[in-house]
Design a protein around this ligand. Structure first.
Ligand code: MLT
Ligand code: MN
Ligand code: ZN
Length: 288
């Protein structure tokens, strides 16, 4: 299985279009598009994990995803959604020209994409896509075997009430190689369930929104309430994800523009390297 990091920034990207903070103004830090992966078992049929507003730019930048061989042919076959946040779903609108797509998502996400952000009925006027609800059952995507774990109850701001998980982690296994990917860009806590879910993975790609618990406090109140309400577990600190890293390949994505891990020469990046973890880069390709 090949995994491509198409984008590695949180909502708004890096630099963020409406921000002139110290980080966003630094010309030495590489720009990042919004969080999304592409996976393929055979190198010909590709599935997106989340579809960011930057999907057009991401496809143009990635030779594996270029169209062809004929007109109106694309190797993109569909998408799996971890949640209904706009940075993970707006790109579905951009894909409306594509025929025959399949979309997998948890039940609440389907509801959000029919009501609060009705992208499903909108794109269905262009092409007849297939929409699958993912629950606790194992399912297959091409030849890949997939399972999900509910990991979050934070509802997108635009969505109305709905019970059940609003975000899930995916575990994707290629039976041909035995390679296992776990992807969880919206992780509020590292529960025992999640640790079991990720235990035998070869590669774990995790929520790297914030490095520290109080990172946004300058802008949003010294107690860190606003940041906690976003339900993204920080990387550092005793309750952070890095302290619980098992001996697997461990990457961070969905970096917010406040995150010092954006700077490869920062003490935060040094702490990551010391723990054997890495920040994913836009365009990075992993084989597993
Ligand atoms: C999140 O990751 O928490 C959301 O994407 C936040 C947002 O952009 O509204
Ligand atoms: Mn996000
Ligand atoms: Zn900024």
């Amino acid at each position: 299985m090949k995994v491509i990091a198409l984008g590695t920034a949180a909502g708004g990207g890096f630099p963020q279009w409406n921000c002139a903070c110290e980080m966003c103004r630094r010309p030495d830090l590489p720009a990042r598009t919004q969080d999304s992966l592409a996976v393929s078992a055979n190198g010909r049929d590709w599935y997106l994990l989340n579809v960011s507003p930057d999907i057009r730019q991401q496809v143009l930048a990635q030779p594996f995803l270029h169209p062809g061989p004929g007109p109106r042919e694309t190797p993109l076959r569909g998408a799996l959604l971890t949640d209904a946040e706009l940075d993970h779903t707006i790109g579905l609108l951009m894909l409306r020209e594509g025929a025959g797509f399949q979309v997998w998502a948890p039940d609440n996400v389907h509801t959000a994409l029919r009501k609060g952000f009705p992208v499903a009925p909108i794109v269905s006027r262009y092409h007849d896509w297939m929409w699958h609800v993912v629950g606790t059952e194992r399912f297959t995507v091409g030849s890949l075997a997939c399972t999900t774990l509910p990991i979050g109850v934070k509802r997108p701001k635009y969505a109305s009430d709905g019970a059940g998980p609003w975000s899930v982690a995916y575990r994707i296994e290629d039976p041909a190689t035995g390679g296992v990917l776990v992807y969880a860009p919206c992780l509020g806590e590292l529960s025992a369930d999640f640790e079991a879910f990720a235990q035998y993975a070869d590669v774990v790609i995790l929520d790297g929104t914030f490095y520290s618990a109080g990172e946004m406090s300058g802008a949003t109140g010294a107690d860190g309430t606003a940041q906690r309400a976003m339900s993204h577990l920080p990387v550092s600190g005793p309750g952070g994800s890095l302290a619980r890293k098992p001996p697997v390949r461990w990457y961070y994505t969905h970096l917010n523009n406040t995150n010092p891990m954006l700077d490869a020469h920062s003490p935060a990046s040094a702490a990551l390297a010391k723990a054997g973890a890495e920040v994913l880069a836009d365009g990075q390709v992993l084989d597993l």
